[in-house]
Design a protein around this ligand. Structure first.
Ligand code: F6P
Length: 548
């Protein structure tokens, strides 16, 4: 049945007519316990939903919608290893990557394989880090590794890149970790310009091991290494590892099977940070910290799996997103980490959310009759404040925001910076922005400051701009795992409510096919412009003219 035909859908649409004339000032003054009543905790995360345009009735109605759309059944099916990714006929078992009890895919417990990969990753990364007692990983000329370069794109880049930056304070200064994703040769060039091949390890991260950007960058990196070793192919074994599900592709590339860290088809690319794809992260933070991150994921998994919908924090977060997307018609969702270390978190969430839920047909292949994923975007606060918050405060379309902050700063690397002072200012900005967004400033308040009447409208803030604040004591590996799992499950719930398959990504295929074709045409003498529209052909011809 179309979602919009459900009685629960109509009930929410009617309820929105009531809520749209309400306002956050009134909701807070009517109930002094509102913040307490609408704040939940999961693990170390304190999630405050009170600054949303919701009442207890809103939550009840949203939970009824979740129940009617089978969110709990779909969740249980996912954890149980059902093939809920129907268009690819796959299980969706990223939760097995951090499970501590057997998980079955196709009747087989996957945990032994998960653990075996984790053990292999531990041994290799300890060798790379030069951990006491570890079998040291040396380059082909016998020198230790000083830089790990992850070559991957999408889920094989965004997750580990985000997490390496988030937990950079745990990285030993003796080891650099870099990321190359773009097929633009400038990316690889910049990443390796100051490196010595003899002390560099390339981590080729690709679930399929066919992605053109990654394979092109990996081949160029291999040429660079071979160039330094006079073409000696045996050097590759000491300077390349692979993270993949495609053992044949890895072998064909020339990477030793023993240097391949495996994961499985039941891990979606954008859900793979805690699989072997986390190898470069493990290099940066060490295997124990990686395990701690997995424990953080598990904490939120257990909550998501067991908590009733009405008090299930990722479920509530997802439903509030549905409320704005479908019943208020708001098109975007901003993620604003008040934490420089999380500066790539919004980019990571863009793939997680938009590649998962940017769908136009339901699981049954029929067009959806409702809107699906919002545009997810964001930037680290306070930088965003000096760029786009003007629109958040006074633009014509409200943008629901998640403001993420920590009560304590990460440990400092250098002496002499008053981190307490910085952190107070940072946190003050988080609190101030959430307050300003929610409550604004009325025209009368502006007037009471003796502002010229001609400026009153300009200086008025409408308020009623909803936000969630998510706080945790400190950004640790465990807390990062909690945060990522929180968003994974939020995305899952929204996909379930909308009745779409959050685990395929057919929408990326057409561009890949056309790029391969056009790639050949850019240097094909017999290029026939009639094969494309006039705009595309003229683009191709402009390039060909500049590159005869
Ligand atoms: O962009 C499409 C996509 O398939 C993503 O889903 C995936 O994360 C990315 O490409 C990289 O894929 P792979 O890890 O197979 O190289």
């Amino acid at each position: 049945m179309n979602r919009s035909e459900l009685p629960q859908w109509s009930a929410l649409a009617e309820h929105q007519q009531v809520m749209r004339v309400g306002d956050l000032r009134a909701l807070f003054s009517a109930d002094t316990t509102r913040a307490d009543r609408l704040t939940w905790t999961v693990g170390d995360l304190t999630v405050d939903f009170s600054k949303h345009l919701i009442s207890v009735e809103t939550i009840d109605l949203l939970v009824e919608l979740a129940a009617a759309t089978g969110v709990a059944d779909r969740r249980d099916a996912m954890f149980a290893g059902a093939r809920i990714n129907t268009t690819e006929n796959r299980e969706v078992l990223h939760t097995a990557l951090r499970a501590d009890s057997p998980v079955h895919a196709d009747g087989t417990d996957v945990l032994p394989d998960v653990r075996s990969t984790l053990r292999a990753m531990r041994a290799a990364t300890e060798g790379i880090r030069g951990a006491p007692g570890a079998d040291r990983w040396l380059g082909a000329s016998g020198r230790p590794i000083e830089t790990v370069v992850n070559i991957g794109i999408g889920g094989s880049d965004l997750g580990p890149l985000m997490a390496v930056r988030a937990l950079d304070h745990l990285r030993p200064s003796s080891l650099k970790v870099r990321f190359v994703s773009n097929v633009d040769g400038a990316h690889l060039d910049a990443a390796i310009a100051d490196l010595d091949p003899a002390t560099t390890l390339f981590v080729v991260a690709s679930k399929t091991f066919t992605t053109i950007e990654t394979m092109t960058n990996a081949r160029s990196a291999r040429d660079w290494v071979l160039g330094a070793y006079g073409g000696d192919e045996s050097s590759i074994a000491r300077h390349f590892v692979a993270l993949s599900t495609n053992a044949e592709g890895v072998a064909a590339f020339g990477i030793e099977p023993s240097n391949m860290f495996e994961f499985w088809d039941w891990v979606g690319g954008r859900y793979s940070l805690d699989s072997a794809i986390g190898f470069s992260l493990m290099c940066a933070i060490g295997a124990d910290a990686f395990d701690d991150m997995l424990a953080g994921f598990r904490t939120v998994d257990e909550h998501f799996r067991n908590e009733p919908l009405a008090s299930n924090v990722p479920v509530l977060s997802a439903l509030i997103g549905v409320w704005y997307r479908n019943f208020w018609g708001w098109q975007s969702h901003a993620v604003l980490p008040y934490c420089q270390a999380l500066d790539r978190f919004p980019a990571y969430l863009q793939q997680l959310d938009m590649e998962s839920n940017g769908k136009q047909v339901g699981v049954d292949g029929q067009p959806v009759t409702i809107d699906t994923a919002p545009i997810v975007w964001g930037e680290a606060g306070t930088n965003g404040q000096h760029a786009f918050y003007q629109l958040l405060h006074q633009g014509t379309t409200p943008v629901p925001c998640d403001l993420i902050g920590f009560l304590r700063p990460e440990p400092a690397r250098v002496d002499g910076i008053d981190r307490e002072l910085h952190h107070r200012l940072l946190f003050a900005n988080l609190a101030a922005q959430a307050e300003a967004l929610a409550f604004g400033k009325t025209a009368d308040e502006v007037r009471s400051e003796n502002v010229a009447e001609s400026l009153v409208a300009h200086k008025t803030f409408p308020g009623n701009r909803p936000s969630t604040t998510i706080t945790a004591p400190e950004l640790t590996p465990n807390v990062l795992g909690q945060l990522v799992a929180f968003y994974e499950h939020r995305v899952f719930v929204q996909g379930a409510v909308w009745g779409i398959n959050s685990f395929d990504q057919w929408g990326v295929e057409l561009g890949k096919v056309l790029a391969t074709r056009i790639g050949a045409e850019l240097s094909d003498e017999s290029f026939d412009p009639a094969l494309h529209d006039s705009s595309t052909s003229s683009l191709i011809e402009r390039f060909r003219a500049a590159n005869p």
